[in-house]
Design a protein around this ligand. Structure first.
Ligand SMILES: Nc1ncnc2c1ncn2[C@@H]1O[C@H](COP(=O)(O)OP(=O)(O)OP(=O)(O)O)[C@@H](O)[C@H]1O
Ligand SMILES: [Mg+2]
Length: 228
């Protein structure tokens, strides 16, 4: 069964003088346990599509549905808080919070008590390969790869089913790109999460279960890559 279903989704940015049709008639069923790569040239609509899947934008036409509820009907803040985490190229951590506090933050919003939140945060940080000495560091005292691990740990701790990432390795070197990709693949294949990654990196796309290529807002072709 689809975890996230896009049905005839179109989206236009309405400017003063022009309308940009950024996503056109996009149909796709995203399933749990799979790693999807969204590729395409700059301006092809990848970030817009990810925003539609995350409920950050609402379709101009068509619908995006999570377990039968459309983003137009649901509370999208709650959807992102509990079910669909978004990871960005620039990590988006709170600079004034330590790694562990960053991971605990959304749990506290979910009203998880402090002790349990701390425990879940530590488990998640350990899972992404960060050591206890790194848990209490501020983001500015962590490398880019480590900061991205913290951002991924945050999605683990809230146990969301869907991870949406926009160029998550865009600021990382080759080695960190590989280990973050390994981690995201494991989350899909071993923990049955639905992982959707926008990427320019062909080495990431080559490892995906499915590659969705956008051209000028349209889904062009769907290559089936090898199964991990
Ligand atoms: N806020 C906005 N207002 C108007 N047009 C926009 C806005 N954001 C994006 N666009 C346009 O929508 C189209 C798709 O943009 P989008 O950011 O989704 O592309 P992208 O594939 O993510 O590109 P990149 O690889 O450069 O990040 C582009 O033509 C872009 O100029
Ligand atoms: Mg983009």
């Amino acid at each position: 069964m689809a975890m996230l279903r896009a049905e005839q989704v179109s989206f236009s940015y309405q400017g003063k003088h022009e309308t940009v049709h950024a996503v056109k008639d996009f149909n796709y069923d995203f399933k749990p346990g799979s790693f999807y790569a969204i590729v395409g040239k700059s301006g092809s609509g990848k970030t817009t599509l990810l925003s539609l899947l995350a409920g950050l934008e609402l379709p101009t036409q068509g619908q995006v549905a999570f377990q039968g509820d459309t983003t137009t009907q649901m509370d999208c803040d709650l959807f992102r808080r509990d079910h669909a985490a978004v990871i960005y190229q620039n990590f988006n951590l709170f600079p004034q919070l330590t790694a562990q506090e960053n991971v605990m933050y959304p749990l506290r919003l979910q009203k998880v008590d402090r002790q349990e939140a701390a425990q879940r945060a530590q488990e998640a940080l350990a899972q992404v390969g960060l050591s206890p000495t790194q848990w209490c560091r501020y983001p500015s005292h962590l490398s880019g790869g480590e900061q991205q691990r913290v951002a991924i740990a945050r999605t683990l701790a809230i146990r969301c089913e869907i991870i949406l990432a926009d160029e998550p390795t865009g600021n990382l070197d080759e080695e960190n790109t590989k280990s973050i990709t390994d981690l995201l693949l494991r989350l899909a294949h071993e923990q049955d999460r639905c992982v959707i990654v926008v990427t320019h990196d062909r080495s990431i796309a080559a490892r995906a279960d499915a590659v969705l290529e956008l051209r000028d807002g349209r889904l062009l072709q769907q290559e089936q890559a090898h199964e991990e």
